[in-house]
Design a protein around this ligand. Structure first.
Ligand code: MSP
Length: 644
């Protein structure tokens, strides 16, 4: 049996709803898996869920359910999201499965028998209300727990330890001999200096909670969640249960992870594997971290980006494209709706979508909808296509440079757009003598679009499929895997195109503003008096319902030093106090606002202006800068009342 390309994402904690960050790692891994399969590689792509540990145990208790019930519920959420995002994983592992429990216990046992696990005492700062040890590095001054703000106490707990210190030299040696093991290179250097500072033995069991995999022969202890979690990669490969399968799959070729969990994958994991006498994965790639409009994504700031919401609004493929195109893979990036909409309107609707519909319309008009393969194997677009194909291959397989690969595909799309303009098929069509030339141009364009669709199958599978079918090609790219598929001109014979819907409708500005994104305090944006534009884009009642409009009472109002326009308001939103910034300083005096009831958009993403966070937006009718009128409730009604 041949070898496999074994590729993994991290397994995701079930105590959080899936969000943008989870989608990022998974979509990136999926694009790579799909690309490799199209290249004829035998890919095994694994993702799953990390379900044990004190946090899950506690979250379940707070909800009055069993940990496994919570996990089951959340696993459904993750699986549904992956299905919708078109994730093509070959296996989905849950750490609560029996196969995982068996493999992990065997792994532990093996290291124990080889003498690298011993029993000792773990001493640390313990927060009793949170029932957890707090690492010194996270503790607040005065030994205060960073989570609940209460004092911690010094406690000792019996624990098993992994003799990680013993592997310091071997790990450094491995990293040196395998320069590609940790990527990107900057992260590799960070890990090397961390290891050089000295590895300590690692406490790998707990007795303070029970939601975990019991230590073999000593079930009072459950395994440290990271040992349990990391072992998922060998479980799914068949460790201890299917030696033939394990030999074929292990070592993994790539663990694709975020930079935050690199230390676990590049230090703990390889040393544990060495201790268990197992091979070390070929590569660990730590990608960057997304912020949202300049801020860390967090529940408390209420700026967590939910992939489902974005997909409702913009579609699956636009979201996938944006994730991989916007930020150099490996670096941190910032998410904003404006950037997403910019990509959709520019790259997708304009560059790709227009090219595609223009070419198909011309094939329809000038060739009665019939396309053939290119006549000349070395036609004008062929070398551009070949170079692009080769470069994308290198960027994907060697460097995981998704953004550059997409950029390269778009260079070729640009070349095709220029080719259309230069050749002007509409001019050729007026001259009977030039019929052959016109045919050549359109068939070359058809082949160029086939090659583009093939490349996009990894990134935007739905779009690629639609293009493939509209181009009149048989089946899907995935069904025709093989080196031939990538060759210019391989598609010969005459076929009929099947023109369909536009690939990417433009996002109109009106829609772009619904549901928020970047907040616009009243009157900060120039409005104008006048009638509603004819043909302005309509929104559905569901879209409108996503706005959370509430009555709010102004508790205090202050002008802001350095700002001519903004006033800072403290409002009562029915039991909740919020700070809002309103751009009404030129028309309103702060003291006149106190006690007034206004209408606010309560679910707008917060944003910082003049160093102050605005947590919503006050509604006002804005004729011009000097004529702004606040929208107020007609009668007396309590703050917090919903406006609909
Ligand atoms: N359960 C561990 C992993 C165990 S693997 C043996 C874990 N899970 S997690 O649910 O927190 O998700 C981790 C993945 O999501 C990481 O790859 C992480 O980098 C990614 N992201 C979570 N938030 C992110 C951003 N804001 N931006 C980019 N990726 C981020 O850690």
């Amino acid at each position: 049996m041949g070898s496999q390309y074994y590729l993994t994402t991290p397994i995701y904690y079930v105590n959080d709803e899936p969000h943008l960050g989870h989608a990022y790692t998974t979509v990136a891994a999926d694009a790579l898996a799909r690309y490799m399969r199209l290249r004829g590689e035998d890919v095994f792509f694994l993702t799953g869920t990390d379900e044990h540990g004190q946090k899950v145990e506690r979250a379940a208790r707070e909800r009055g359910e069993r940990p496994i019930e919570l996990a089951d519920r959340m696993v459904d959420r993750f699986k549904a999201l992956w299905r919708r995002l078109g994730i093509s994983n070959d296996d989905f592992i849950r750490t609560t499965e029996d196969r995982h429990k068996r493999a992990t216990q065997l792994f532990f046992q093996k290291i124990y028998e080889r003498g690298d696990i011993y029993k000792g005492t773990y001493e640390g700062w313990y927060c009793t209300p949170c029932e957890t040890f707090i690492p010194e590095t996270q503790m607040e001054e005065g030994n205060i727990c960073p989570d609940c703000g209460r004092p911690t106490e010094r406690l000792k707990e019996e624990s098993y330890f992994f003799r990680m210190s013993k592997y310091q030299g071997a790990l450094l040696d491995h990293i040196e001999k395998h320069p590609d093991f940790i990527q990107p290179i900057t992260r590799r250097n960070e890990i090397v200096s961390f290891v050089e500072r000295g590895l300590k033995d690692l406490s790998i069991s707990r007795t303070s909670f029970s939601w975990g995999i019991p230590v073999p022969g000593d079930p009072r202890h459950v395994m440290y969640v990271w040992v349990d979690a990391l072992a998922n990669y060998i479980t799914a490969a068949g460790y201890g249960q299917d030696p033939e399968r394990f030999a074929r799959y292990w070592p993994a070729n790539l663990h694709l992870i975020g930079k935050d969990i690199l230390r676990f994958h590049a230090v703990y994991w390889p040393t544990l594997l060495m201790a268990a006498d197992l091979q070390i994965p070929e590569k660990v790639f730590g990608h960057g971290w997304w912020t949202v409009e300049g801020r860390k994504m967090s529940k408390s700031v209420r700026n967590v980006v939910e992939p489902n919401r974005l997909m409702d609004e913009f579609g699956v493929d636009a979201f996938r494209y944006f994730l991989l195109r916007e930020v150099p893979f490996g670096l941190d990036g910032d998410f904003s709706r404006a950037a997403l909409i910019g990509r959709i309107n520019g790259d997708l609707a304009n560059d790709l979508g227009n090219l595609f519909s223009r070419v198909l319309a011309m094939v329809d008009r000038y060739q009665k909808g019939m396309l053939a393969g290119p006549k000349e194997p070395s036609g004008p677009l062929s070398s551009g296509a070949r170079e692009m194909t080769e470069e994308v291959r290198r960027l994907m397989m060697e460097g995981m440079a998704f953004h550059r690969a997409l950029g390269r595909i778009w260079d070729f799309i640009g070349e095709m757009n220029r080719f259309v303009d230069e050749k002007a098929p509409w001019v050729l069509s007026r001259d009977k003598e030039r019929k052959g030339e016109l045919e050549g141009v359109l068939n070359d364009l058809g082949e160029g679009l086939r090659v583009v669709a093939l490349h996009l199958a990894a990134f935007m599978p739905g779009t690629a499929k639609a293009m493939w079918s509209q181009l009149g090609l048989p089946g899907t790219p995935e069904e025709q895997v093989g080196e031939d598929l990538w060759r210019w001109g391989v598609q010969q014979g005459v076929r009929e195109i099947r023109k369909g819907e536009a690939l990417f409708p433009r996002i109109e500005k009106e829609v772009a503003q619904v549901g928020g994104g970047s907040p616009a305090p009243a009157a900060e944006k120039s409005g104008s008096a006048g009638s509603v534009k004819e043909g302005a884009l309509k929104i559905s009642i569901d879209e409108f319902a996503r706005l959370d409009l509430r009555v709010a009472k102004v508790l205090s109002a202050d002008s802001i030093t350095g700002s001519k326009k903004l006033i800072k308001l403290e409002v009562d939103l029915g039991g909740e106090r919020r700070t809002l910034l309103a751009g009404i300083a030129q028309t309103h005096k702060p003291q006149d606002l106190v006690g007034k009831k206004v209408i606010v958009v309560a679910n707008l993403q917060p944003a910082k202006l003049m160093g102050i966070e605005s947590q919503g937006m006050v509604l006002a009718a804005v004729a011009d800068e000097k004529n702004i009128v606040l929208v107020v409730p007609e009668g007396d009604i309590p703050p917090g009342t919903r406006v609909k």
